[in-house]
Design a protein around this ligand. Structure first.
Ligand code: NAI
Length: 476
């Protein structure tokens, strides 16, 4: 074997795929297996069209695949060949049982850990990459120790991932920090040093932080809670701006100039989405409540309450502007992904908006540069939720059409709604769009990316989050 180390990543998702592809690209002497139980996903990783869209990812995977980077469903073989195992499986919010709707569902972590215990023939360093509640490493250790062959050692590290979808490759190449938590025993610290050495191949040493396991696990939940809290703070202010005539972009700019606050992550919007923020805050709230810290739980829960409020406010503003009814109106939705530069739609604000429009019998025309039609219908129908699935699908298909570009999506519509901040939406030919829309033509900017003065000059009625509504213009 020409390789110095072999690693295995369990879970070939948005985190496992990019993270371990970067390791393969940065360390040619490390053999990397990325494994999953989902055959379709693995087939996609081995094809020309990867299962996830991330700028820069394609080149990296294609460069290393078949050399020191392999995607496979043969989980057991990969585990056995590896010295370091990353566990990067999904940890969604629990749907039923104790903690339903709040706690993280750890069943995927547990089954991956049990598999690992069962098949391992040698000692391993086990890296918790998934976002998990505090003390999960303890449960993993108990499972590993009581189910594995005698004489084997498992050192568990917490190494939460801070990448953001859409900028994952840049975040991984150039992280603000790499966090590695371990037990403060000599063995724990040795394992910590081994993982630190791996990252040090491309990350400056001073950015690699080590600490105890529980601090590391909690830091990930804390970071996501504070990021989401900034968005909810600015969104709560946007409501106030709309009511007073202040402009949220101006307020955010002024506030962000304070170096203690900083300017990043202060953009008002239709509300945050994505698979992490809501889930991780709920997880934190659950953790607080189970430790009887009710005031702390209430504080964090409010971040989600404001996010829901923001989504609802936007929908209400659309309906109100469209003369209090959207029934039979034709509405173009620009953007379906939860943010730009990703095809990920989990918890996307567009979904709740479109579901509402469907309920109200509006015609909906959707365009997103990276989300496939199949995914859009999947999200709107949520297979498994309704008993009359075919009827729901029929209804949705009657009202919703997915388009290949923004011009086709906006043709003969009454309104266009920007739900995702894709760059291409700022550079569209809005005069052309205006000419082909019904009048009065409305623009609802849920991301504050359009030049509303210019649009108003063309003749649009423009409504922007966090800004006072413009007067309705009617073409004469
Ligand atoms: P994902 O759902 O895209 O990928 C998880 C993969 O694990 C799936 O393909 C699933 O089939 C596989 N899996 C589940 N159980 C398995 C098992 N027993 N054996 C083998 N494969 C198994 O999830 P994603 O987005 O990659 O997230 C993974 C973890 O990383 C979560 O805990 C998440 O909170 C965390 N995270 C996610 C970030 C993101 O931006 N998506 C950022 C930072 C952390």
């Amino acid at each position: 074997n020409q390789f110095a180390t072999t690693i295995c990543c369990i879970g070939a998702g948005y985190v496992g795929g990019p993270t371990c592809s970067i390791i393969a690209d940065k360390c040619h002497d490390v053999l990397v297996y990325i494994v999953d139980i989902d055959q379709t996903r693995i087939d996609q990783w081995n094809s020309d069209k990867l299962p996830i869209y991330e700028p820069g990812l394609d080149d990296i995977v294609k460069r290393r695949r078949g050399l020191n980077l392999f995607f496979t469903t043969d989980v057991d073989t990969a585990i056995n060949k590896s010295d370091i195992i990353f566990v990067s499986v999904n940890t969604p919010t629990k749907k039923s049982g104790i903690g339903a709707g709040m706690a993280a569902d750890l069943k995927y972590i547990e089954s991956a850990t049990r598999r690992l215990a069962q098949v391992a023939q040698s000692s391993k360093i086990v890296v918790e990459k998934s976002t998990v509640p505090c003390k999960t490493a303890e449960s993993m250790r108990a499972i590993l120790e009581s189910n594995s062959k005698p004489g084997l050692r498992f050192d568990i590290l917490s190494n939460p991932e801070f990448l953001a979808e859409g900028t994952a490759i840049q975040d991984l190449l150039n992280p603000d920090r790499v966090l590695i938590g371990s037990l403060q025993t000599p063995e724990g610290k040795k394992a910590q040093a081994t993982l630190a050495d791996l990252y040090a191949r491309w990350v400056p040493r001073e950015k690699i932080i080590t600490m105890n396991l529980w601090s590391s696990e909690l830091s990930k939940l804390a970071a996501n809670a504070m990021l989401a809290q900034r968005i909810s703070s600015v969104n709560a202010l946007s409501a106030l701006c709309e009511a007073t005539g202040a402009d949220i972009d101006e307020v955010a700019y002024a506030v962000g100039k304070d170096t203690r606050i900083g300017s990043k992550f202060l953009k008002a919007s239709v509300g945050f989405g994505g698979s992490c923020f809501q889930k991780d805050i709920l997880n934190l709230v659950y953790l607080c409540e189970s430790l009887n810290l009710h005031e702390a739980a209430d504080y964090w829960r409010q971040v989600i309450t404001i996010n829901e409020y923001q989504k609802k406010r936007f929908i209400q503003r659309i309906v109100k502007s469209l003369f209090n009814t959207v029934t039979n109106k034709s509405i173009a939705i620009l953007g379906f992904a939860f943010k730009k530069n990703t095809g990920d739609t989990r918890e996307s604000a567009a979904i709740s908006l479109i579901k509402y429009l469907i309920e109200e019998q509006a015609q909906v025309h959707i365009y997103d540069p990276k989300v496939e039609e199949e995914q859009i219908f999947f999200d709107l129908i949520e297979p498994g939720v309704y008993s009359n699935e075919n009827q729901v699908l029929h209804k949705v298909k009657k009202l919703v059409k997915v388009h290949k570009d923004a011009y086709s999506a906006t043709l003969n519509t009454d309104a266009l709604v920007v739900c995702t901040e894709w760059d291409e939406f700022t550079n569209l030919d809005y005069q052309k769009i205006y000419n082909q829309m019904r009048k009065p033509a409305f623009v609802f900017d849920g991301r504050l990316i359009l030049n509303s003065d210019k649009l108003r000059k063309i003749g649009f009625n423009v409504e922007v989050i966090g800004k006072v509504a413009g007067p309705v213009t009617v073409e004469n």
